[in-house]
Design a binder for this molecule. Structure first.
Ligand code: COA
Length: 324
């Protein structure tokens, strides 16, 4: 049976660090409030480049670590909701800038914070059905562009970043064991960002400042409940239970959400990847950035079972189980 195996990972976070103390000078907040309510201490902000540049850097690093010739990449999928252009897609720019196979399909997936897992799922389907042999899958977002820097309830939560993996279709037991994606558009008003090109149907919403809006409290409750269900579905479909998990890599939105999940799954700290204190919520960048750090930090070894779970605007949620 053909599976999507990860050959290499890469990530990129912009150099500019914005600490909670920096934010104290911008909005009415404190380092203590942000750290205790979210776990975030600092985030990165892209000052000169946009999502394309971050995606290219993460993709290049993933290609380097996988030792795959760029010309052999015959599929490029990018999860993002902050592309620099409405079209072409970020994936097309990545294809051109990294010299990936001309003619290979390249497209973006819009699933907010679940974007990377949706992109991974799409690439996996191409690979398993013979539509591609080697794929570059990237999650990237630049929320510094869409948050209202005068709204303390949201601007403290997000940051910019990207992560990438190179997948290869291989026979055997290693690779993606299961992948699930879900959406429920009825909950879209929980978390959204109006388009800068104002669509008439949403004129009322777009007449507000075109920034990200979030009902934090409700989103929090739904995120915990939904991610818990996603974990159960992932484990059941892979025939695993939480003791089998070597490493849990959840979307990095809030330390309290991750802790709640860790307790429900009865996982020890060393099996849970949490890096949001350094980056905040980087949306689609969050999971592949955390994966790359875990790989580089020696936390992943051959045969390990990794469980990923994400939740985001849409509403969207997703999971994946991977044998390394
Ligand atoms: C946003 C979030 C951190 C807020 O934490 P919370 O404990 O729910 O806080 P609340 O929104 O209830 O606000 C509590 C108080 O803190 C205040 N507050 C909000 N942001 C603040 C900030 N940055 N600094 C100081 N005070 C702040 C509120 O105004 C409120 O004050 P009040 O009690 O006087 O009205 C939390 O709801 C969250 O993480 N939500 C989910 C985020 C998420 O997962 N989003 C994306 C999914 S991908």
């Amino acid at each position: 049976m053909l599976r999507s195996r990860v050959l290499g990972t890469g990530s990129y976070a912009p150099k500019k660090v914005v600490t909670n103390f920096d934010l104290e000078g911008i909005v009415d907040t404190t380092d203590a409030w942000i750290a205790t309510r979210t776990g975030i201490r600092e985030r990165r902000v892209s000052v000169t480049g946009g999502a394309t540049q971050m995606a290219v850097k993460a993709g290049k690093a993933a290609l380097k670590s996988s030792d795959v010739n760029p010309k052999d990449i015959d599929l490029i999928v990018v999860g993002t909701v902050t592309p620099e252009m409405t079209f072409p897609s970020t994936a097309c720019f990545v294809q051109a800038e990294l010299g990936l196979c001309p003619g290979a399909p390249a497209f973006d997936v819009s699933a907010a914070c679940s974007g990377f897992l949706f992109a991974l799922d799409a690439a996996d389907r191409y690979i398993r059905t013979g539509g591609a042999k080697k794929a570059l899958v990237i999650g990237v977002d630049q929320f510094s562009r869409i948050v209202d820097w005068s709204d303390r309830a949201t601007c403290v939560l997000f940051g910019d970043g990207a992560g990438a993996v190179v997948l290869s279709g291989e026979k055997g037991n290693h690779g993606l064991l299961s992948s699930h994606t879900h959406s429920d558009g009825r909950g879209w008003e929980m978390l959204y960002a109006p388009s800068p090109v104002q669509p008439s149907r949403f004129e009322e919403k777009c007449a507000e400042k075109p920034y990200l809006k979030m009902n934090g409290n409700e989103t929090f409750k739904i995120a915990v409940r939904t991610m818990e269900e996603a974990v159960k579905e992932a484990l059941a479909s892979s025939g695993l239970d939480s003791d089998d998990i070597s490493l849990f890599i959840p979307h990095q939105a809030n330390m309290r959400i991750i802790k709640a999940m860790k307790e429900r799954m009865n996982l020890p700290d060393e099996k849970v990847v949490m890096n949001l204190e350094k980056y905040g919520n980087t949306s689609a960048g969050s999971i592949p950035l955390a994966l790359d750090e875990a790989v580089k930090g020696g936390r992943v070894k051959k045969g390990d079972i990794i469980l990923f779970v994400a939740f985001g605007g849409g509403l969207t949620w997703a999971s994946a189980v991977l044998r390394w």
